[in-house]
Design a protein around this ligand. Structure first.
Ligand code: NAP
Ligand code: MG
Length: 402
């Protein structure tokens, strides 16, 4: 069998720990035997980030802008313990944060649905994709502890020096206060990323805020989405047979619980943080959750939603057997390969990506899975495989399909 040829390279961002081990196994077993894999390789493993003063992260994001599609392995975000463990020059920032800042994107997270791993919410039949706005609000706030009676105001000083103020509260005793902001440009790119991704995946888009209470702040989000939708997307949505739906956040939550899924739920930063954890745990496992960063210019970076699975890596280093689920990382590759195929007009690549995804699902549905899934599956007597054998089982299923 001849290998599938790629026209344009994928930007490949390698990572850390157990996911770095899986990364190589996936390439060796599931990709290079079938594809003449073209990638521009960036090593985002912590050692190399440290050696390059994190320049490699910036370079990989710039390359993503150039080529349009990247696939990323999970990476360590350093903390004090990692400073010591890796003898770091600095506590380098989260690579995801750096990449997101350069690409100015929105992250979309969707569960991978398989029979036998049933969502806790009985009526959820299709994936619910969460789109989280990744800038501002409480994540870029300023706060103060108010020690006692006094007045707190919001003051805006324009460039010409004129001031406008708004009373926050006349304190009669101790309390707390918090200032939040967002910027229209960021909300606009969030909106465009959501509309584009909805068109891309042919799913309805829901968006919700608390605009009845927050008549200026949240209302601005609502208005910006509506203006952009009316001006740029109304017709495209109609042609694609999908809808844009705005409602209040509490109404959205109630509807989500009663829905059967199959749409994108756009959330403000905090809502997205909280709701993505709720949705992912209700769907079963973080190891079955994909994640893609989409920029308003239509640049894509695919990854798994989970981290580097440190605990398993330490077992691996001790020579013990691990049973780490590689599905989300495989789906990062298939997402990127399919997008590359779409952009390059190489349908063979898209078909291969579809088949590899099906092979993962069929393998699990046949009862062969990693330990994390075996613990929650409704399938009788599942066969628990180790990290390597699970990937080999997927390869066997895949070969049967090709
Ligand atoms: P984690 O890597 O997501 O793992 C947390 C736990 O979840 C694991 O110990 C394991 O549970 C389970 N798990 C996650 N993925 C799994 C998989 N594929 N297969 C089986 N079980 C899986 O989170 P963490 O341990 O908090 O973080 C480790 C490192 O990852 C940190 O340095 C963090 O900075 C980084 N991180 C990176 C990203 C990213 O690059 N996108 C995201 C999050 C975290 P059991 O141990 O019970 O088996
Ligand atoms: Mg969270």
């Amino acid at each position: 069998m001849s290998k599938i040829v790629m026209k344009t390279p994928l930007v490949e961002m390698d990572g850390d720990e157990m996911t770095r081990i899986l990364w190589q196994m996936i390439k060796d077993e599931l990709l290079t035997p079938f594809i003449d894999l073209k990638t521009e390789y960036y090593d985002l493993g912590l050692e190399h980030r440290n050696a390059t003063n994190d320049q490699v992260t910036v370079d990989s994001a710039e390359a993503t802008k150039k080529y349009g599609v990247a696939v990323k392995c999970a990476t360590i975000t350093p903390n004090a313990a990692r400073m010591e463990e890796y003898d770091l020059k600095e506590m380098w920032k989260s690579p995801n944060g750096t990449i997101r800042a350069i690409l100015d994107g929105t992250v979309f997270r969707a569960p991978i649905i398989v029979k036998g791993i049933e969502p806790c919410v009985r009526n959820w039949k299709k994936p619910i994709t969460i789109a989280r706005h990744a800038y501002g609000d409480v994540y870029k706030n300023s706060e103060m502890v108010i020690p006692g009676p006094g007045k707190v105001e919001l003051v805006y000083t324009a460039e010409d020096g004129t001031q406008t103020s708004e009373l926050v509260h006349q304190f009669t005793g101790a309390g707390v206060v918090q200032g939040q902001h967002n910027i229209n440009a960021s909300i606009e790119s969030f909106a465009r990323s959501c509309f584009n991704y909805a068109l891309d995946t042919k799913q309805d888009l829901w968006f919700a805020t608390k605009d009845t209470i927050s008549k200026k702040y949240d209302h601005t989000f609502k208005d910006i989405f509506q203006e952009i939708f009316d001006a740029e997307y109304q017709q495209k949505f109609a042609d694609a047979g999908i809808t844009y739906f705005y409602t209040l956040i509490d109404d959205a939550v109630a509807r989500v619980m009663k829905s059967e899924g199959g749409y994108i739920w756009a959330c403000k930063n905090y809502d997205g943080d909280v709701m993505s954890d709720m949705v992912s745990s209700a769907f079963g496992s973080l190891a079955m959750m994909t994640s893609v960063l989409v920029s308003p210019q239509g640049v894509y970076e695919y990854e798994a939603a989970h981290g580097t699975v440190q605990r398993h890596y330490y077992k691996h280093l001790k020579g013990e057997e691990t049973s780490t689920n590689s599905v989300a990382t495989i789906f990062a590759w298939t997402g990127a390969l399919r997008k590359r195929g779409e952009l390059d007009g190489t349908p063979e690549l898209c078909t291969f990506a579809d088949k590899l995804e099906k092979a993962c699902i069929q393998t699990i549905e046949s009862g062969q899975m990693t330990k994390d899934l075996a613990l929650i599956t409704t399938i009788d007597e599942p066969v628990v495989l180790n990290s390597q054998d699970f990937i080999k089982a997927i390869r066997k299923t895949l070969e049967g399909m090709l």
